[in-house]
Design a protein around this ligand. Structure first.
Ligand code: UTP
Length: 238
């Protein structure tokens, strides 16, 4: 089973904490022991936002800001690489072809961003599409996909299950509300829709939730089940 795990920067490294990064690495190593081929995509979190905010004040243009963001995602990816030990790529994969090659060689792929004007949400979906993953898991700082931003709206409801079309609609609605943050962005939702990628969005603050979701399909987040995909047990490692 091929799995792509997209880990938000604010989930992997809200502040620098070796134990937290190790806990994610342990989960990935356990999946590898189960026989999974794994790619991890790592976000930039608050550090990326701080750099981008400061560089914006200094007059950097949007592409330069994106490049800064990409550099920070790759720094976080290097932290995870440091924690993973052997059988892992030595530096973050810089594009999808490199990611595919690493996985073909049987190693764990770790990467951050790849190109300006997107986020690692889209990278996760694109690399999952590229390597033909069976499952894409977003380990985010929110517990799933909600009808509105749960931090802003107390009536926001979590969806247990969505089709890919519904995901696109919900995310498009959320992105229209300035300031409200969606757990995955619209480009990622569109890629999930076109690839028919089976996807789970969950609270990654406890990384063992990722393990439970991949192994048994059990989680308290949101299942994205594109048309034509079932919930057959073949998706799960055991
Ligand atoms: P993130 O993926 O962490 O962005 O990339 P985010 O979604 O804003 O962060 P979370 O999910 O809330 O933690 C950080 C920044 O890096 C640039 C973008 O500017 C993004 O905002 N980036 C990242 C790219 O330009 N391209 C990429 O492929 C990835």
């Amino acid at each position: 089973m091929k799995v792509v795990v997209s880990v938000g920067g604010s989930v992997l490294a809200p502040e620098l904490d070796a134990d937290r990064v190790s806990a994610f690495a342990d989960v990935i190593n356990e999946l590898v022991s189960d026989g999974c081929q794994v790619a991890a995509v790592v976000g930039g979190g608050g550090v990326a936002r701080d750099y981008i905010g400061t560089a914006r004040e200094l007059g950097a243009n949007e592409i330069e800001l994106d490049q800064l963001g990409i550099d920070v995602t790759r720094l976080n990816a290097r932290l995870l690489i440091a924690a993973l030990g052997e059988n892992v790529v030595t530096a973050p994969a810089k594009n999808y072809e490199e990611a595919g090659e690493v996985m073909r060689n049987g190693d764990v792929c770790v990467m951050g961003g790849v190109a300006p004007a997107q986020t690692t949400d889209a990278v996760g979906a694109a690399v999952a599409e590229y390597v033909g993953a069976d499952l894409l898991v977003y380990a985010t700082s929110v517990p799933g996909v909600f009808s509105a931003d749960p931090n802003e709206d107390e009536d926001a409801e979590k969806y247990d299950q969505l089709s890919a079309e519904e995901l696109v609609e919900v995310i498009a609605g959320l992105e229209m509300n300035a300031g409200s943050s969606a757990p995955v962005d619209l480009l990622a939702a569109k890629i999930i829709q076109r690839s028919g990628m089976r996807t789970i969005v969950l609270d990654g603050n406890d990384p063992t939730r990722v393990l439970e979701a991949v192994r048994h399909g059990k989680h308290e987040g949101t299942d994205i089940i594109p048309a034509g995909t079932g919930d057959e047990l073949t998706y799960w490692a055991e």
